[in-house]
Design a protein around this ligand. Structure first.
Ligand code: ARG
Ligand code: ZN
Length: 866
């Protein structure tokens, strides 16, 4: 575990050097006993022909109690090596050598959850990015790829199941104890190592690959959760089939395992043949999991599976290339989910997430390039920029090349680099080679941080219609100068009926404009008055500025065939209305009345796609609204947001009432249409309550009493609690009683309360932190309260009490789990935008935490406070 004032070291991309020695094979023996686990490792070392000649080699090791070290059978005494600050250096090594080390580790007290640790009595590992060094001495870097042979030993009764990567090749018993040896034939970096020892239930199935090989699929969870694995299994099989079909990627081992664990820092981990998942990303049952939860399981299961090729067979040379595997794999999982569900809705959801979470990251102190230049703790760079913006960059390449050429390029990438650790440039090289286009300027997307702003003006002239584009990327920390990027803009021009008009002589009605200079103008032979439909499908991750008239936005919202452009038009209308309210330039009822016709059109067409209607009718979040106002007064923003929601609730109350009542299902269905209905119905109920309708409480209570599934139950509970309706207290008590033994459901119980808008929630949060079911050691629980407060409840968070509670809690989490503390601390990144009074208060609080902060937390806080 990190301790206070750990040494700060900055790692830089430009300093990359290949390792002096390679590790061809690793033989591990992990001997698990109560109180101590002994790890014996035998490393077959070979001088790296690609490295500068050197006979010194560095091995990482953190928190290891060294028992013995032997080189080629000779025990090394303390004078023959140097071990300090987590680095073991051996000099005078021959061309080839065998290093055997024996160390003791303490998984029972590992609350940081990296390396080997215990979760609900089960031993498990998390090694990405640098967890393996907490297990044994090793060159803990992704460009060292080795074949692993791992023996796990433990008590037979308590740990009947002993797992590691690959295939089991031997097993045996010794009295009360037993052991299993696993062999993974595919060389891999140590961050993909995994081990599990526990007593778990298993759901088993078989997948026959495209070449006819049988793969055993085994999903493991605690016995009580065995009934929650079916959805993950179905998703896994769909993902395996999809990847064969879409990318020609076939699974390579005979077994594929997933283990669900309750204590997990992230969503899931793609360890070779043995994925380890946060329970929240693999367990699903209609009674306990929301529809959003079902969709998350589908996409995370697929994501980790897809890593088998994009990440494991072809991995990253160094951690600056993280987006090589993450951006690409997110793109792959997005396309998979689009194929499994409604593609249009999925695209809007992904864009919504990007613009409301990654764009703010780009505007704050943590802004960094998709391929960063430097970091202190790599854990802090598992960011939305690496993942989501990285995916957008791959998506642009997909569209620039077209599906067919893109597939040729990925075929080339997988074939050429199989078994290697490579770079983002290697990936783009394949795109360039196959397409024959120069991708030189495009590569700036990887190195340049920040969100480009694309300002567009139009001009109607006698000779036709003109669009002029200007691009500009605001400065980000450490990167003042920005260069023009390649920005593909898919567009159409809509006539008064919302129909796209011909854009050229050939009569094409849609076009992709490539903006690659600071300013460019395009001409279209169009004489009628048109509404530009720009950035269709969100063809590039940019902020598009165009001074749309209200009637144009209403036209886009009701007629555009492009789902993203409809949603974006709705967002513009909502933001403009709320901006006027923040500035006191208008009244809520006037704004709601102006929006009403457009919203009614959406409601009238809701039957075409309920989920899409829900996305179009949902107001942007309070946080998103706040990000448009500087200096930020969160109370004024809160007020405006509430006012518009209430006014829309009143203005369309007849619609909300009938949607609330008529969309009610009589039997449970889990298909996309049924999920969309529930989403729209929950939203309607929420508006009904916001508008103060007397029926809202009754409908919510009835739904809460007899729900068909968790989406209904939680939707009802949220409406009751967030609007303080009568029956809320009772429902909370009942819910806790019903679900006290279901950790993931209780996470929702905590987060519903912590996210209730309004200043007084901060007292509720203080109580929740004292609740017997609150556990500082469980990341999901910590996130459900502190993440909900700081990330989605600005009116409670941005108060003197809020800052104080947040800072104290941060310190407490940090002492147990630095990665989680640093992640939650990011919620304070809006500090510099706050009005001076609050800014001062928050600054003081964060400064106090900084004094005892771990290296992880310190990196984030230092950036925020600078
Ligand atoms: N590679 C994992 C994924 O699929 C995430 C691992 C994150 N680990 C960490 N220490 N941040 O996205
Ligand atoms: Zn990933």
């Amino acid at each position: 575990m990190e301790t206070a004032h750990a040494a700060v070291t900055t790692t830089r991309l430009k300093d990359y050097l290949p390792p002096a020695y390679l590790v061809d094979s690793v033989t591990l023996d992990v001997d698990i006993h109560d109180g101590v686990t002994t790890v014996t490792s035998e490393l077959a070392l070979r001088r790296n022909p690609a490295a500068a000649v050197s006979d010194a080699m560095m091995f990482n090791g953190e928190g290891l109690t060294l028992r013995s070290l032997a080189l080629d059978g000779k025990v090394l005494d303390e004078n023959s090596y140097r071990y300090e600050d987590g680095e073991l250096v051996l000099s005078g090594l021959p061309e080839k050598a065998t290093l055997v080390s024996v160390v003791d580790i303490d998984p029972e007290n590992n609350t940081a959850l990296e390396g080997l640790y215990v979760s609900n009595g089960m031993y498990c590992t998390q090694c990405e990015a640098q967890g393996f060094r907490h297990i044994t001495f090793f060159p803990d870097r992704p460009d060292v790829m080795s074949s692993f042979r791992t023996t796990v030993r433990a008590d037979k009764k308590r740990y009947p199941l002993l797992l590691s990567n690959g295939n089991p090749v031997a097993q045996g018993e010794e009295g009360e104890r037993h052991w299993v040896t696993w062999e993974d034939p595919f060389p891999k970096p140590c961050y993909l190592f995994a081990l599990v020892a526990g007593d778990l239930a298993c759901l088993e199935d078989v997948f026959v690959t495209c070449s006819g090989r049988e793969v055993a699929l085994r999903l493991y969870a605690e016995h009580r959760d065995l009934d929650k694995l079916d959805h993950a299994m179905a998703s896994l099989k769909n993902a395996m089939r999809w990847d064969e079909h879409t990318y020609g990627c076939e699974y390579d081992l005979d077994i594929y395992m997933i283990v669900a664990v309750s204590h997990f820092n992230m969503g899931a981990m793609e360890n070779k043949g043995l994925n380890i998942f946060n329970t929240a990303c693999v367990l699903a049952h209609p009674a306990t999991t929301t529809d959003a939860g079902f969709q998350r399981v589908e996409s995370v299961v697929a994501h980790e599976y897809f890593h088998n090729w994009s990440g494991n067979r072809v991995t990253c040379r160094d951690w600056f290339q993280l987006s090589l595997k993450e951006g690409f794999t997110v793109f792959r999982d997005q396309m998979f989910s689009a194929d499994m569900n409604s593609a249009a809705v999925k695209r809007v959801e992904d864009v919504d997430f990007l613009v409301n979470h990654q764009f703010p990251e780009d505007q704050g102190p943590m802004a960094h390039a998709v391929r960063p230049e430097e970091f202190e703790k790599i854990d802090n760079f598992y960011t939305l920029t690496i993942y989501e913006k990285g995916a957008e960059i791959v998506r642009m390449q997909y569209h620039l090349l077209g599906a067919e050429q893109f597939r040729k390029a990925t075929d080339l990438y997988f074939a050429r680099f199989d078994g290697q650790a490579v770079t983002c440039d290697d990936f783009v090289d394949c795109m360039q080679e196959v397409s024959g286009t120069d991708m030189g300027q495009f590569r700036r997307w990887y190195s340049q941080a920040g969100t480009p702003v694309l300002s567009v003006v139009d001009q109607v002239a006698p000779e036709g219609y003109r669009l002029t584009f200007r691009q500009h990327t605001p400065p980000t920390p450490g990167q003042a100068e920005k260069l023009p990027l390649v920005i593909p803009v898919r567009m159409a021009l809509l006539d008064a009926q919302g129909e796209p008009v011909p854009l050229d002589e050939e009569g094409r009605r849609e076009q992709v404009l490539i903006i690659d200079q600071q300013e460019q103008t395009f001409h279209f032979p169009v004489s009628e008055s048109v509404t530009p439909s720009l950035l269709r499908g969100f063809s590039a991750p940019v902020v598009l500025e165009f001074d749309y008239r209200k009637d144009q936005l209403a036209a886009l919202l009701s007629h555009d065939s492009d789902g993203y452009c409809r949603w974006s038009a709705a967002q513009r209308l909502y933001f403009a209305a709320m901006d006027r309210l923040v500035k006191g330039q208008s009244s809520p009822d006037l704004e709601a009345a102006a929006l009403q016709p457009a919203l009614e059109q959406v409601i009238d067409r809701a039957g075409e796609d309920f989920a899409q209607a829900a996305l179009l009718l949902m107001l942007p979040s309070e946080v998103a609204l706040g990000d448009r106002h500087s200096p930020l007064d969160p109370a004024a923003v809160h007020e405006a947001h509430q006012q518009l929601k209430q006014a829309i609730g009143r203005a369309l109350q007849a619609h909300w009432l009938s949607l609330s009542e008529n969309l009610l299902a009589t039997e449970l269905q889990m298909d996309g249409v049924a999920m969309g209905r529930r989403q729209l119905r929950n939203l309607a109920l929420d508006y009904l309550a916001a508008g103060g309708h007397p029926e809202a409480a009754r409908i919510a209570v009835e739904l809460f009493e007899l729900p068909l599934c968790m989406s209904e139950e939680l939707g009802a509970l949220r409406t009751l609690v967030h609007h303080g309706l009568s029956g809320a207290e009772q429902a909370l008590a009942q819910f806790a009683q019903r679900w006290k033994d279901e950790a993931l459901v209780m996470d929702q119980w905590f987060s519903v309360q912590a996210s209730a808008p309004g200043e007084s929630t901060i007292d509720v949060v203080a109580e929740l932190l004292e609740h017997p079911a609150f556990d500082w050691k469980v990341p999901n629980r910590v996130r459900s309260v502190l993440g909900a407060l700081a990330g989605s409840n600005p009116s409670a968070f941005n108060t003197p009490k809020g800052y104080q509670l947040f800072a104290q809690a941060l310190g407490r989490v940090d002492a147990l789990n630095p990665q989680i503390a640093a992640r939650i601390a990011n919620a304070a990144a809006r500090l510099h935008r706050l009005e001076p009074g609050r800014q001062q208060l928050l600054r003081q609080q964060l400064q106090a935490v900084l004094e005892t902060a771990s290296a992880n937390l310190r990196e984030v806080l230092t950036r925020i406070l600078s």
